[in-house]
Design a binder for this molecule. Structure first.
Ligand code: SF4
Length: 369
């Protein structure tokens, strides 16, 4: 990670959080009128995506902090909610959808936490079960290098009893979670992959053992855990390598403390193929055979996806027969052929995950409207 410049929107130049980040970062700061100035600078560089990872733009979120996960109506969606704390990431994964999601993508952090907390309070006052994550438009934990955002959110969720916060990361930056009175309302979560994929496709991320070590520390501090094998990538010998990851995971951590494990195979919009080829010339992930899914994204043929899911689920079940495993963006046929049931059979995917959160995070159903 190398932040070379800090841009500050003039609207937040005097904000206390801006000043605190500025003091912690110690790089040249430039005040700008608005985002256009930052975007123009980034797009004028030879690799705007890389440039967008090396500058930090502090601004005010003018829109909503709380959103529904974009998902897609063509596949089973889990009704996840997003707390939009910032965008993009300083790590660099070949398959990262954020490379094309923002135009141009820029590492941007919203400092108006007073508005974030006010909006969150309104949402939490609804007294419904919510599963809320900060890791959809960014990595949840990268911001802890310069801010106390994780501490702020963990404290806030600890004070209520019907919503959980999932902090999802590929880093080991968990120091801020130590010694917090989290009340089990925060789930510490990691995306996992094989050491080969981490080495070749996930530049700047923590290695597999380091991620599991960080998870073990969080478990010791009493946090419930979750893991996401997403994207699963098919290559010669991948099954054995995924089995090793799973064995490693269960040899270090308690299955009883895992709220859920998700699985999802590689998928990407067609426009990402030339981008990956250009930015990651050694990557082989785009050279498999793909079909275009109902959401317009390229994905492996269904029989290949089913075959890999089955093997991985069997391996997980051998270690943890009762753990909640779900598929990200798949249809009923794939669920039935891999997990042996469809989400509707258990009241829907959202209900299935809500109940796991109730059990592991000690949510109080009596407080739910
Ligand atoms: S860690 Fe996540 S957000 Fe960051 S580049 Fe990789 S996929 Fe994208």
């Amino acid at each position: 990670m190398r932040i070379s410049k800090l841009f500050i929107d003039q609207q937040v130049a005097d904000h206390p959080l801006t000043q605190s980040i500025q003091a912690r970062l110690d790089v040249p700061a430039i005040i700008v009128q608005d985002a256009r100035q930052v975007h123009e600078l980034v797009v004028s560089t030879p690799d705007p995506i890389l440039s967008g990872k090396e500058i930090l733009y502090l601004s005010r979120n003018q829109g909503a902090f709380f959103k529904r996960c974009p998902g897609t109506r063509n596949y089973t969606c889990c009704d996840y909610r997003i707390l939009h704390i910032g965008t993009f990431c300083y790590m660099d994964c070949a398959y990262c959808i954020l490379q094309t999601y923002f135009h141009p993508p820029v590492l941007e952090f919203f400092v108006n936490h007073e508005d974030l907390i006010a909006e969150l309070n309104t949402v939490l006052a609804q007294k419904s079960i919510f599963r809320i994550g900060t890791g959809e438009f960014t990595d949840s934990m990268i911001w802890t290098l310069w801010t106390d955002v994780a501490r702020l959110l963990v404290d806030h969720f600890a004070a209520q009893q019907h919503a959980v916060l999932e902090l999802k990361t590929k880093t080991t930056a968990v120091e801020q979670l130590q010694d917090l009175n989290h009340n089990r309302k925060t789930i510490a979560a990691w995306s996992l992959n094989t050491p080969r994929i981490i080495r070749t496709e996930e530049r700047g991320t923590a290695g597999l053992s380091a991620r599991i070590d960080a998870a073990a520390r969080c478990e010791k501090w009493g946090y419930p855990l979750a893991f996401h094998f997403d994207p699963l990538i098919i290559y010669d010998g991948c099954e054995q390598e995924y089995f090793h990851v799973i064995e490693n995971l269960f040899s270090r951590l308690s299955a009883q403390n895992m709220v859920w494990i998700s699985l999802g195979t590689l998928r990407f919009p067609p426009a990402m193929k030339p981008l990956i080829q250009k930015r990651f010339p050694d990557s082989k992930i785009v050279y498999a055979e793909f079909i275009r899914g109902r959401d317009g994204k390229m994905r492996y043929f269904k029989p290949l996806r089913i075959d890999l899911y089955r093997k991985i689920i069997e391996c997980i079940r051998n270690h943890a027969p009762d753990i909640v495993v779900y598929l990200c963006m798949e249809d009923d046929e794939v669920w039935q052929k891999t997990l042996g049931f469809k989400p509707d059979d258990v009241g829907g995917l959202a209900h299935m995950l809500d109940m796991s959160a109730v059990k592991h995070c000690h949510l109080n159903l009596d407080t739910i409207a």
